[in-house]
Design a protein around this ligand. Structure first.
Ligand code: HEM
Length: 431
């Protein structure tokens, strides 16, 4: 039955102080809550999370401009393996060659040097040269699914594609199930949802992941190959005192690339399929304009705006500072809600409408902003564009196989990921 309240009445009815973003029902369908805090308390303190939720577009711009006051390093540490930090550290030291912090989850000037070395490695493996391989990977996975006519998109489509691409780029050979298991362990570790029961399995997965990465790095030290791990191992800057990545930094970066490259893009691919399955008019337009590069680019940008894979990332204030009219103390733990900024009606009018004609389409924060803006946005965009084209060229009648209200989302703060996108489809016959 339709809700008899208007949208603004529904928003006004939300008791924001009695609600937490950690509630799985809010995590799954957060937009009304985002709007409630954006309009009533834009730097909202969520008591259960013990974090300030930064929800407006303009306030995120303020944060992005000042990476020293809004520290990634401190924010990340505050969220890391909550309650199990020391145990995890000891386990990695004992079983996996050491404890290596995330080299990219740092602040300038430390971050600036590492980011320059990372950007250099991405440039060396120019995205464009990967395109034919991405097309081949997508078409192979889609052809396999077409034989069945049905699939659960996150596991059967999105994860195999993204893990194959990142493995190809890094130069490693791993089954997608393994990458997925490691990625989940890594995300759980930083998403504050870890329980004591989870910890044991999670630590074992993280040990296995790190041992694998170290083995790969040692192989590249012995003999350079044509891949991104080799480029990172041998990367140099003109910083005379500190020209190369340390061993620990290289481990941290390779690990981050394997994980970040997987979960985020898989989430975006799943969201894209969800839109095609639930908005047939959008699917029709995309298939009619599939050879128009501008159209496909805009379609992908609007997918990223309307349902950004990364919901939010943390920062911690290093000094007292004012944001959006609120004075925050030093040591305040923030969650930058990229998803809420993308939904901010001041920046994107009628934000819940999928509209590829928006004049400011590319100004979304799906890839963050400032010095920590996604290092691989060009690669991610390319993957999404190739997948969009291959999907509508090869598939038609894409439909949900389960009722809309049975769609489930992973209960994580970090991403907004559908976990059971069951679809049916048929082979498109070329006329
Ligand atoms: C659609 C896919 C993707 C989305 C939505 C996404 C989103 C993001 C966001 C929001 C950030 C900013 C974090 C912050 O503000 O602290 C980020 C950073 C990062 N992303 Fe992505 N990402 C995607 C794909 C990828 C891929 C494919 C890779 C690697 C192969 C990657 C590697 C990274 C790295 C290394 C950073 C850290 C950059 C820094 O702190 O300097 N991402 N990403």
């Amino acid at each position: 039955m339709a809700n008899p309240l208007s949208e603004s009445e529904q928003i006004a009815a939300i008791d924001i102080d009695a609600t937490t973003l950690a509630d799985p029902a809010i995590l799954a369908h957060p937009n009304a809550f985002y709007k409630a805090i954006r309009t009533r308390d834009p730097i909202h303190f969520d008591k259960q999370l013990n974090m300030y939720l930064v929800s407006r577009y303009e306030d995120l711009q303020t944060v992005f401009r000042d990476p020293l006051t809004f520290s990634v390093k401190k924010g990340f540490k505050a969220q890391y393996a909550q309650g199990f930090q020391e145990e995890l550290k000891a386990r990695l030291e004992r079983d996996a060659g050491g404890f290596f912090e995330e080299a990219i989850m740092t602040d300038p000037p430390e971050h600036t040097r590492v980011r320059r070395l990372l950007d250099g490695a991405f440039t060396a493996h120019r995205v464009k040269t990967l395109e034919p391989e991405i097309v081949a990977i997508c078409s192979e996975v889609i052809e396999h699914l077409l034989d069945r006519g049905e699939a659960e998109i996150f596991s059967d489509f999105a994860v195999p594609i993204t893990s194959a691409i990142i493995c190809k780029q890094l130069g490693v050979d791993l089954p997608s199930e393994t990458v997925q298991r490691w990625a989940l362990a890594f995300t759980n570790q930083i998403s504050r949802m870890t329980t004591r029961e989870d910890f044991e399995g999670l630590a074992a997965d993280l040990v296995e992941l790190q041992r694998f990465i170290i083995e790969q790095i040692n192989d590249r030290k012995a003999a350079r190959r044509e891949d991104m791990i080799s480029d990172l191992v041998h990367a140099r800057t003109d910083d005379e005192a500190n020209p190369a990545l340390s061993f620990g930094e290289t481990v941290g970066l390779c690990r981050a690339l394997l994980i970040a490259g997987n979960e985020t893009t898989a989430t975006a691919l799943t969201a894209m399929f969800f839109i095609l399955a639930t908005q047939p008019e959008v699917a029709r337009q995309l298939s009619e304009n599939v050879d128009d590069d501008r159209f496909v680019t805009r379609f992908v940008e609007e997918v990223l705006r309307i349902d950004p894979p990364v919901r939010g990332i943390t920062r911690m204030t290093t000094q007292e500072v004012e944001v959006g009219g609120v004075l925050l103390p030093a040591g305040a733990h923030l969650l930058l809600l990229y998803a809420s900024a993308n939904d901010d009606e001041k920046e994107f009018p009628a934000p819940r409408e999928f509209n590829i004609e928006r004049s400011n389409l590319g100004r979304h924060f799906a890839f963050g902003g400032g010095v920590h803006r996604c290092a691989a946005s060009a690669l991610a965009r390319m993957e999404l564009k190739v997948a969009a084209r291959e999907i509508v060229r090869r598939m038609s009648d894409i439909r949900l196989a389960i009722p809309l209200d049975e769609i489930r989302y992973q209960p994580t703060l970090a991403t907004h990921t559908i976990s059971n996108l069951e679809l049916t489809f048929s082979r498109r016959h070329l006329s």
